[in-house]
Design a protein. Structure first.
Length: 86
């Protein structure tokens, strides 16, 4: 399940987020209109987006984090981000 959580996008569409919360499409849009959606939502233009972190937190799931991003397969260091202690 951790792999599934880690593969989720940063933001979800409202229907996808609603499904994760056990809500149907009609209920999702009603809650958005009433500003009563159970997790934080953002309006981007005319579209609604739901940060995945909020959904995972609401469900009590751990949000995957890493302190080090590894180098890509190409070997370039553009994706390298190491955390230094000291």
């Amino acid at each position: 399940m951790l792999a599934e959580v880690a593969s989720l996008p940063v933001v979800l569409g409202p229907v996808q987020a609603g499904r994760m919360l056990g809500l149907g499409r009609t209920t999702v849009y009603r809650l958005l209109r009433e500003e009563a959606f159970p997790v934080p939502v953002r309006r981007v233009g005319k579209a609604w987006v739901v940060p995945t972190a909020g959904v995972l937190s609401y469900l009590g799931l751990e949000i995957p984090t890493t302190s080090t991003v590894t180098t890509g397969r190409c070997g370039c260091s553009a994706r390298t981000n190491t955390t230094e202690e000291g």
